[in-house]
Each structure stands twice: as C-alpha cells, then as structure tokens.
Design a protein around this ligand. Sequence first.
Ligand code: PEP
Length: 260
Amino acid sequence: MPIVGSGWKMNHLRSDIADYAAAVRKGLADVDTTQLELFVLPPFTGLVTAHEAFSGTGIAIGGQNMHWAEHGAFTGEISARMLRDVGCSHVALGHAERFQYFGESYEAVGLKVAAALENDLKPILCLGEGVEDKEEGRAEEVLGSQLSMALTKVSPEDLPRIILAYEPRWAIGQKAAADPAYVLERHRGLRATIEERHGSAAAAAIRIIYGGSVDRSNAGTLMALQEVDGLFVGRYAWSAEGFIDIVRIVAAHHSKGRMP
Ligand code: PEP
C-alpha cells in the first residue's frame, strides 16, 4: 500500500487544521484512499483537533517526535502513551531538523523506536546522509550506521511496522528533490542492508519512502521508482491543496503499476 505523509513542522494553529481537513475531505472525495496509507504530523498542540477533524477520512495522525520514557521528570517532552492518548498511530523519529537544531542522536532514536513499537505507534524512522557524506561517497556507509543504531532494539518481526523515510539532508527544504537515479540507488542500498542484517522476509516487508523537496513536479517520477513505497512531504503539503495533489499523483501511479 503506497504511503503519503506530511510533516507540518512548526506550522498551523487549530483553526487552520479544521480548514485543512475540510479541504482534504472535499478534494479527495473521489479518490479511493483505502488503497493508500496516509498520515499528517501536526504540531503537538494541534493533535487533538487533527484527530477529530480527520476522523473518517482514513488519514492517520502522528507526532513529529517523542521521548522514549513512559513518564517522568522530562520537562518539555511527550511520551508514546501521550501520543496514543490523543489519537496518534504514527510518530516521526530522527528527523534531520532534530539533529540540526536539537542535538538528537541515533542512540536516542533507537530508544524512541523501541518505545514507539512497544506502545503500538508506527515509527517513521528518518535516515539521511549530509552533503559531505554524499560528496565523499559515504552515503551508503552513513545510512548503514544510522540504521544499525536506530534498530538495535528492534526484532525482525517488528520491522514491517516501521516506515523508513529516506531523506537526504541536502535535499530537505531545497528547490529540487534528489535525482531519481540517486534515490533508487539509496533505497536499494537500504533494502539490501536490511536483507543482509535481518533476512529477506524483513527486506521485502519493510516500506521505504522518500522525502526531500517533493512537489507535484517530481512526485510522479519518484513514485514510479520500484523501490519507492511512498512520499514524505514537507512544505508542499502544508497546504491542503498540495497534500491533495500528491495523494492524487500517488493514487494514479498505484493503479498503473511501477517501473522496474
Ligand atoms: C522534511 O522536512 O521532511 C521534508 C521532506 O521537507 P521538504 O519537503 O520541505 O523538503
């Protein structure tokens, strides 16, 4: 089932969320969304509103981050149980901006992935190399080590519950997405790493989505790549119209099949 998700970052008040959801309901009324996995990740303050506003649309709600502990003296943090409590089914972990601005580490991401799974939340595990890693030919190595730190506490049976979001850091917030041939190579590499470490069943089952400057001009080409199981969209889907565009493109590709 192809995936389309949008991380809203630090955007949208509750009133915007109600309008966004109403527009999406209308804009996707003729699309069979049961054939897609759709999610939006509002800021924490919008989760309750989003849960109500999107109910019955088939669009899941998720957090943009969480703490690994269940509760305790962790000022400013939110736990997996709290996300469940407000209707979340998904949570993004290890987003590039958490590393860039908030001192995130893959050790912490590993704890968060395990806590999310224990609490029945689907982790959207973000992975991506920096520009220097890419220029120095180290992308594969960097992704392999991010993956091993993030999955240390995960058993192979749980891998299908995780969505891997390949988001090259140099392609986030840019004018253009990464080149499709490059995306294909990285997705193949990630799947091969999963196969080597966790077996072929896990490699076949894990979903790998692409994120980084996706918009209506590149979504079709990216989705046509056999190894791309969906799209993770930032800016372009902060508007309901953008989200609708991408869902429609992905739904159309799904019904047509993929390029090898
Ligand atoms: C992101 O930050 O995860 C992202 C994909 O952003 P954008 O689409 O704006 O590049």
